[in-house]
Ligand binder design. Sequence first.
Ligand SMILES: [Zn+2]
Length: 436
Amino acid sequence: MADTTNRFVTETTSPAVSWTPASPVLPLNTCRFCATSLLHTFVDLGMSPLCESYLNLQQLNQMEPFYPLHVFVCEKCLLVQLQEFVSAESIFSEYAYFSSYSESWLAHAKAYTEKMIERFVLGSGSQVVEIASNDGYLLQYFVAAGIPALGIEPAANVAAAAVKRGVPTVVRFFNRESATELAAQGLKADLLIGNNVLAQVPDLNGFVAGMKLLLKPGGVITMEFPHLLRLMEEGQFDTIYHEHFSYFSFLVAEKLFSAHGLTLFDAEELSTHGGSLRIYACHTEDRSKRVTAEVVSLREQEEVAGLSRLENYSSFGERVKETKCALLEFLIQARRAGKQVAGYGAPGKGNTLLNYCGIRAELLVYTVDRNPYKQSKFLPGSHIPIFPPEQIRQTKPDYVLILPWNLKDEVMQQLAYIREWGGQFVVPIPRVKAYA
Ligand SMILES: [Zn+2]
């Protein structure tokens, strides 16, 4: 941690530093999977604060650290990645994201649980383990079904919420060391789950090696992560933030797991987070599971889209600039026409979007969020105030910009009443679009 910080400070206090996409900005920048030097920019979103660092009123008068959001692609293994400018420990030890605040996410978790219990015949003699189990939003359904479940969660505040819900949880970072310790204590999983955590792991090799250690010989790993193919095809640059160190294609995930003796034998494409993959892995030594047609089809799909060739990663940056211009055009025109635009949601992705586009309260007067932890605070960087959702009914804005666009159907349903005063919804990604 100290080394990274010092290096960063040295680099940015030099007046000569310029963030040109063509040049490798940090000489020590190497691929976190294969250790090759990173020389190729995927997209450079400039400087941004940590997207979950919501500010209170007093903090508005203090200095706010900004870090580069410069994403590279490795020329050898094609892993798309961001450097770890801030240690994962400092990001995740107190985390404001409580999964249970999203209804559609809970429904997704419940459906997953039912599917896994049936497919892998889980019962009271099985052991389910979830890495980064958050507030127990998912494991609660296994517990309710009478299946032993254990959560491993580094953020003590969200882990406490899980325990309160009846989900046994250990407060730990998952890595090779903690996996070795837990396995030595006799913990082995029939089903080992990691949803939306792989992107957040600085030491990828240690993490996947740890999963191998914790998996029973016939056990199954399932992991969900945003699919790089969707990110690229739909211009979802706002899913890039400091907490997400890696962005995976199926092809790269396969290479990573294979390097640690794990085989991806099945996969599903999901609509969550704008398009995710759910992968199923087993020990490579486990011959009882057949590789499905979905695996073959995903490989082909990514080949056709050009994800196996470095040159196809270079056009993404231009598309991102275009999205920024279109959103600013919309907001400026709305302001000139005397219309008020408010936001809905205060998700991490909203902060990347607003900071990259330079949007502050003169263009987006406020945003609202259902999470009480975020209410009465201000968005990092942009300092846009966060209110409870009732603010929208009280101030009747002309437009509501939905920052968590992946939940747009749910939000438009919840806020259908804005149509009473002619209010419209606006979604920024994949392209700026208003819904009357
Ligand atoms: Zn690499």
